[in-house]
Design a protein around this ligand. Structure first.
Ligand code: NDP
Ligand code: 8X3
Length: 253
């Protein structure tokens, strides 16, 4: 029987690449995001290319009621989620605490922290009932260190790390694995979102560097979720070779 993976934020970047790789490796997929058109396009590709079985759920992770009603609409078969990948997330703006937009802070906190909690609140009880499961929370290098102008984003990813540690301990008696994967710079829509559509500024983030690709992170996720039952990789930091810390990036002229 195929395993079921639920990926939040499957419409782009790391989530979409992970959907491709897991589909290619025989997983059935619950794919979520706010952009329904992209979900439908993704399903079309995955079902024709890999014969993957997909179920699409279009919801905003920041809306607790939407999350709950969408997830609880699943049939019992689909509720048997083996792998939950809490990936949906974003940075908005790059500003100091004394000048940042409050609305940007709310979006980051609501998406990266509350969204992860809302989804987990629905899915974890199903895993507990079955006494099996694996939860991967996508953190960041920004969950390990803080950098100026990124305090709120870094704060949300530090929160992801803290919540993950607590979840891992809470779920020990149920044999459920919990861990983080923390990438450094990955070339996705992340910077376009952070800079609110200023694509030139977004492009400059990766100037003179070979960043990680979404597929690099997908491969790591596949590795982590295919270890033997007694092995849980609790935490993984993955950096581009040219990146030493959030602020130390070696750029070719
Ligand atoms: P993308 O912008 O390419 O993808 C973000 C995904 O999150 C999209 O599918 C988007 O879907 C979804 N999402 C955002 N907000 C919401 C929301 N309110 N409700 C539902 N889904 C939402 O970025 P990445 O692939 O890079 O980001 C994925 C994760 O990786 C994030 O948690 C990010 O913080 C983390 N990360 C990224 C790094 C990078 O350098 N790119 C480095 C380290 C961590 P939609 O818009 O359709 O809702
Ligand atoms: C994204 C990586 O360094 O831009 O999480 O914060 S960084």
């Amino acid at each position: 029987m195929s395993k079921i993976a639920l990926i939040t934020g499957a419409t782009s970047g790391i989530g979409a690449a992970t959907a491709h790789l897991l589909a290619a490796n025989g997983f059935d997929l619950i794919l979520t995001g706010r952009r329904n058109k992209r979900l439908v396009e993704l399903e079309n590709v995955l079902s024709s290319k890999y014969k993957a079985k997909c179920l699409l759920l279009c919801f905003d992770v920041t809306k607790a009621e939407q999350v709950q009603s969408s997830l609880h609409s699943l049939t019992a078969n689909w509720k048997a989620v083996d792998v939950l990948i809490n990936n949906a997330g974003l940075a908005v703006g790059l500003e100091s605490v004394d000048s940042g937009e409050i609305e940007d802070w709310e979006r980051m906190i609501d998406t990266n922290i509350k969204g992860l909690l809302y989804v987990s609140r629905s899915v974890v009880p199903w895993m507990k009932e079955r006494k099996t499961g694996h939860i991967i929370n996508i953190s960041s290098l920004a969950g390990k260190e803080s950098y100026p102008m990124g305090g709120v984003y870094c704060g949300t990813k530090h929160a992801v790390e803290a919540i993950t540690q607590a979840m891992r301990i809470e779920l020990l008696p149920y044999g459920i694995k919990v861990g983080t994967i923390a990438p450094g710079m990955v070339d996705t829509e992340f910077s376009n979102v952070r800079f609110k559509g200023d694509n030139e500024r977004a492009k400059n983030v990766y100037k003179g560097v070979t960043p990680l690709s979404p597929a690099d992170i997908a491969e790591t996720i596949l590795f982590v979720i295919t270890r033997p039952a007694h092995v849980n990789i609790g935490d993984m930091l993955i950096l581009a070779t040219a990146q030493g810390s959030a602020r130390d990036v070696f750029r070719n002229p």
